[in-house]
Design a binder for this molecule. Structure first.
Ligand SMILES: O=C1C[C@@H](O)[C@H](O)[C@@H](O)C1=O
Ligand SMILES: [Co+2]
Length: 300
């Protein structure tokens, strides 16, 4: 399915080079190596990792040399279990940094009670929000959306394993409770991991296609997910074992996803995000392979 390169841009996340959730993975990889290899592999966008310069001017100079733009950076919200003012204060700083970098979306995840970074069984110990918590979350995201709009930006929710907004029902609840200016970040890997079927991935994309403003292209190795489930392992143990990989290297069929996006005239970034152990999965080699796969399937 052909996609229009004027409308859809391709990025890649630094997490394959250096994993912020597991700093021992890729500690040796430098920021310069990471962005140079992204560019060499044919990507024009990146998200932000913890080795990136925090001064927008310095960061922009390094990226411009390589033809790369910042398209998003992860932001953690804690509306259910901390005072809203705390999240809002941090959000404004994050928003202003991303705005200075020219990004148009802000991908957020509700991290209250999240177990994604903890040594807990990912399939059985995730949080479930109470009605009061849902109300706090919805009010908080409505506020963030208004703050983002002040800079002509959009807030989108990253549904994520190990959080209270992981399953289709939880995503539906979030989208119903929030205003129309709160959008969705679609992550193919997280919805497959949660539900275990291609149908769930396609259903979510189809259902919210008009409200999806950012896409993470992530593939899943089902044999690793089966072990994580059978042995009650944590999310990060799974990552180290190879839960995720680049599109085209796992179980997800990406052709139907590209078709849904193209037919809906999706405009925005698609970001390859495949955290693996860089000592086992060379990030540059995987980036080149991912870029080739996307070119073959979309013409981008
Ligand atoms: O967008 C993401 C950011 C990472 O920190 C996270 O754990 C990863 O799985 C993801 O989808
Ligand atoms: Co993601």
């Amino acid at each position: 399915m052909k996609m229009d390169s004027e409308q859809v841009k391709l990025g890649i996340a630094p997490i394959a080079w250096t994993n912020d959730d597991l700093p021992e993975l890729g500690r040796e990889n430098t920021f310069e190596q990471c962005i140079s290899e992204m560019a060499l592999a044919g990507f024009t966008g990146s998200e932000v990792g913890n080795k990136y310069p925090t001064d927008p001017k310095v960061l922009a100079e390094k990226l411009e040399l390589r033809g790369i733009k910042i398209c998003n950076a992860w932001f953690s919200t804690f509306f259910a279990n901390k005072p809203a003012a705390e999240t809002i204060k941090n959000f404004i700083k994050h928003r202003d940094f991303l705005s200075a970098m020219g990004a148009q979306v802000i991908g957020c995840s509700e991290q209250s009670a999240s177990i994604q970074g903890q040594d807990k069984a990912i399939f059985t110990e995730k949080p479930v929000f109470t009605e009061t918590e849902w109300q706090k979350i919805a009010a908080g995201y409505n506020k963030l959306a208004d703050l983002a709009a002040e800079k002509n930006m959009k807030v989108c929710l990253h549904h994520h394993m190990g959080t209270g907004i992981q399953t289709p029902a939880e995503i539906d609840k979030f989208m119903q409770l929030t205003n129309d200016n709160v959008y969705l970040l679609f992550d193919s890997g997280h919805i497959y991991y949660s539900e275990g079927s291609q149908a769930a991935v396609e259903n979510l994309l189809n259902k919210y296609i008009k409200q999806i403003v950012h896409v993470h292209l992530k593939d899943v190795r089902p044999e690793i997910v089966a072990r994580v489930r059978a042995e009650d392992l944590s999310f990060l143990t799974g990552v180290k074992m190879g839960t995720f990989t680049i599109p085209g290297d796992g179980v997800i069929k990406f052709e139907p996803l590209f078709k849904i996006l193209a037919e809906a005239n999706y405009q925005g970034w698609m970001v390859v995000e495949a955290e693996q152990d860089p000592a086992l999965a060379n990030p540059f080699a995987y980036a080149v392979q991912a870029r080739k796969f996307i070119a073959e399937k979309t013409g981008l």
